[in-house]
Design a binder for this molecule. Structure first.
Ligand SMILES: C[S@@+](CC[C@H](N)C(=O)[O-])C[C@H]1O[C@@H](n2cnc3c(N)ncnc32)[C@H](O)[C@@H]1O
Length: 275
C-alpha cells in the first residue's frame, strides 16, 4: 500500500474539503487503501506525485478519480422508512394537491446509485394512481460522482434487494430481468433527471423545489460547510416547501430558518407566516 506522509495527507484533506465539502480528517488509512490502486494505474509511487498531477490536470480527470474513490455511496431502497410514511400521509397530499397551477418540483440531492429517488418516485406513482394530482411531479436527482449516476440512470439492481419493496411496487413498477437483477419500469424512470452537481455550488437549475431530500450527505461535512449547504437548500425551497435530512443530521434552531415539521423533516415558512 502507498503511504501518505503528513503534508500529503493534509493536502488531500484540504482539497476534498475545499472542493467537495467532505471531511476526511480521520480517514488517512481509508485514503491510502482506496487510492493506492489509482496511483499504481498511473505508474506513480507517491501521493506527492499524484498531487502534482492533480495540480496540473485541466481536464478534471484526476479530481474525478478522487471523487470516485473518496465519496461514500452507501444507500438502499426505503432507507429511513418513517420519511416515506410522512411523505405519503402528510406531505404529498399538501404539495401535490394544493400547489395551484405549477408543477411539483422535487430535488434528491446526493442521490448516489438511485435507490432513494426511485423509492420517492414509486411513492409518487402510487399516490398519483390513488389520488391523481392536477399537475405533474418532476424529480431532479444529483450527485457529484459520475459512476453512481451511471448506475442510477440504468436503474438495475440486485434481485435480492427487490424484497425490500412493497409487493405492489414489486409487481407494478419493477421487472425481473434474470436470476440476479431487476429493473425499474420506464414509467418511473421517465420523470427523473439525473444530473452531475456539486453541492458546494449553486443549485443546478433556477427553479425552486417543493420537496428536497438531502439525506446522509451532510454527515460527511464540517459545521461551516453544512451551514453553507443549509442556507443554499433553504433558498432553493419554495415557501411551504419541505426539506428531508437524515435522522443523524438533525438541525438546531440557530442554524436554519426552517421549522421542524416532522422528525428530520423541515418546512420553509410561507411568506405570510401561515402553515
Ligand atoms: C451516503 S450517500 C447517501 C445517499 C442517499 N441520499 C441516502 O440517504 O441513502 C452520500 C452521497 O452524497 C454524495 N456527495 C458527497 N459530497 C457531495 C457533494 N459535494 N456534492 C454532491 N454530492 C455529494 C456522494 O457521492 C454520495 O453518493
Amino acid at each position: 500500500m502507498i503511504r501518505l506522509n503528513d503534508s500529503e495527507f493534509e493536502a488531500v484533506v484540504a482539497y476534498m474539503k475545499e472542493h467537495y465539502g467532505i471531511n476526511l480528517n480521520k480517514k488517512k488509512v481509508l485514503i491510502e487503501c482506496r487510492m493506492t490502486k489509482v496511483l499504481e494505474a498511473h505508474g506513480i509511487t507517491s501521493f506527492g506525485k499524484y498531487l502534482e498531477l492533480l495540480r496540473i490536470d485541466q481536464s478534471g480527470t484526476i479530481a474525478g478519480e478522487l471523487v470516485e474513490q473518496l465519496t461514500t455511496n452507501y444507500t438502499y431502497f426505503m432507507r429511513e422508512p418513517e420519511h416515506f410514511t410522512i411523505l405519503r400521509e402528510n406531505v404529498l397530499p399538501i404539495v401535490l394537491n394544493d400547489n395551484g397551477v405549477r408543477d411539483c418540483n422535487i430535488w434528491c440531492a446526493g442521490c448516489s446509485t438511485g435507490e432513494e429517488c426511485y423509492t420517492l418516485a414509486m411513492e409518487l406513482a402510487q399516490f398519483c394512481d390513488i389520488s391523481p394530482p392536477a399537475h405533474k411531479a418532476k424529480i431532479l436527482a444529483t450527485d457529484i460522482s459520475e459512476s453512481v449516476l451511471e448506475k442510477a440512470r440504468l436503474g438495475c439492481y440486485p434481485l435480492k434487494t427487490l424484497a425490500s419493496l412493497p409487493v405492489f411496487w414489486q409487481t407494478s413498477y419493477c421487472h425481473t430481468e434474470n436470476k440476479r437483477q431487476f429493473s425499474i419500469d420506464d414509467r418511473i424512470k421517465r420523470d427523473i433527471r439525473f444530473v452531475k452537481h456539486n453541492l458546494m455550488e449553486r443549485p443546478p437549475y433556477p427553479e425552486k423545489f417543493d420537496i428536497i431530500f438531502c439525506r446522509n450527505v451532510m454527515i460527511y461535512f464540517d459545521k461551516d460547510v453544512r451551514a453553507r449547504l443549509l442556507s443554499r437548500l433553504e433558498a432553493a425551497l419554495n415557501p411551504g416547501g419541505y426539506l428531508f435530512v437524515g435522522h443523524a443530521e438533525l438541525l438546531s434552531q440557530n442554524e436554519t430558518g426552517l421549522e421542524l415539521a416532522y422528525p428530520a423533516v423541515y418546512r420553509k415558512p410561507e411568506r405570510n407566516g401561515g402553515k
